[in-house]
Design a protein around this ligand. Structure first.
Ligand code: NAD
Length: 353
């Protein structure tokens, strides 16, 4: 029997609610496919500040690094917003990603056929969209030096090195080989020197993948094209800040932020998490949509554990729940047969396994 050590970070807000449902579904997978999961919980974010005064305890770093993969809920909330920036939950998250060496953030944006009406775009534009945004996660302007602010000005620096660009480009090309063999690299090479280096490097690496077609697009045009004709995209390769913005835009194509998973993979381990935050406005009400987190568990099985059949079973179980008309509140206006809460959605998906 295959056995995996999975580190679990529930975090704040709706984090614990949605992670519990993902664990429920993984337990169903465990029975069906004879896989053993050892789950170990670690603290991070606001709950870690409350417990030990540090948003990212060393024990969490060590525990995650020693696990096969990490399933992560969400962190943050107004309670901790008045702390100095370096002590806030979000600083812990940035430091966590850096410590884990997770340089590649994979964010699929796909549209379930049953939910084409949930998108703010016309069904004719949106049907069949299946995009994978590959975002560089631990470089660029969020980490570049110098940075700072005084009473008169504030400054950050966008820096990329050739090795940083090369390694994320390889991730994108390898993924494209398993999909429809197209990579669109996003930059602002008409204005930024760092983007020109990005473009030159990606073009050079593309020679190693002759079966993949590479195109380049400026980030402002990409923001328009994602709305005008999203089906033109397959793998979208971007740096950190452009990817942050574009992947949120792409996520809205699907109709709800509560649907979309992500994977952050890299040097030391991989972290799987929904793309949304801790949703403090609905925390504790039991109404959050757990599908993004359950879908993140599917990505974990696929990309870290090599359990493709189990991953497919989760994807199909989610699709069946959608097809059968079960909807959490965020999607209750679209072809809803029964409005369900977070725990019931988890039960339905687990029983579909
Ligand atoms: P958010 O993603 O938490 O919420 C935005 C909106 O989407 C809210 O109305 C929320 O109710 C809704 N929503 C989010 N997830 C949902 C779900 N699963 N089901 C139904 N509705 C859902 O973003 P925000 O409000 O800007 O941020 C709240 C907190 O989360 C902040 O402290 C922020 O820093 C933090 N945050 C954390 C992460 C992370 O942990 N990776 C990511 C983004 C934001």
């Amino acid at each position: 029997m295959a056995s995996y050590n999975i580190s679990i970070i529930k975090g704040d807000g709706i984090g614990p609610e949605i992670i519990d449902e993902a664990i429920k579904v993984l337990n169903a997978v465990s029975k069906k496919f004879d896989i053993n999961f050892n789950f170990t919980e670690y603290l991070m974010g606001g709950c870690a500040i409350d417990e030990c005064g540090n948003p990212l305890p060393q024990e969490t770093i060590d525990g995650v690094l020693n696990s096969d993969a990490c399933l992560f809920g969400a962190i943050g909330g107004a309670k901790w917003d008045s702390l100095p920036r370096e002590l806030r939950p979000e600083s812990g998250l940035l430091r966590f990603r850096k410590e884990m060496g997770v340089f590649a953030n994979l964010r699929p944006a796909m549209v379930y056929d049953e939910l084409v009406d949930a998108s703010s775009l016309k069904p004719s534009v949106i049907k069949g969209v299946d995009i994978m945004v590959v975002r560089e996660l631990i470089g660029g302007i969020y980490f570049g030096e110098p940075k700072g602010k005084d009473d008169f000005k504030g400054w950050n620096t966008m820096v990329y090195t050739v090795p940083e660009i090369e390694r994320i480009a390889h991730v994108a090309f390898k993924l494209a080989q398993k999909r429809s063999k197209k990579v669109c690299s996003i930059d602002k090479a008409n204005v930024l020197d760092v983007s020109q280096l990005w473009r030159d490097t990606v073009t050079r690496i593309s020679a190693q993948y002759p079966d993949v077609t590479l195109s380049h697009m400026y980030v402002d045009n990409c923001a328009m094209q994602l709305i005008a004709n999203p089906r033109q995209f397959d793998v979208v390769l971007t740096g950190n800040i452009f990817g942050d913005i574009l992947s949120d835009e792409a996520s809205m194509l699907s109709g709800s932020i509560g649907l979309l998973p992500s994977a952050s993979t890299g040097l030391n381990t991989a972290v799987y998490e929904p793309i949304h935050g801790s949703a403090p406005d609905i925390a504790g009400l039991g109404i959050a949509n757990p599908i993004a987190t359950i879908s993140s568990a599917s990505m974990m099985l696929r990309y870290s554990l090599g359990e493709e059949k189990a991953a497919e079973a989760i994807d199909n179980a989610i699709k069946k729940a959608m097809k059968d008309g079960y909807r959490t509140g965020d999607l209750a206006a679209y072809d809803c047969v029964e409005k369900v809460n977070c725990a019931r959605m988890g039960d339905i998906i687990a029983s579909n396994i």
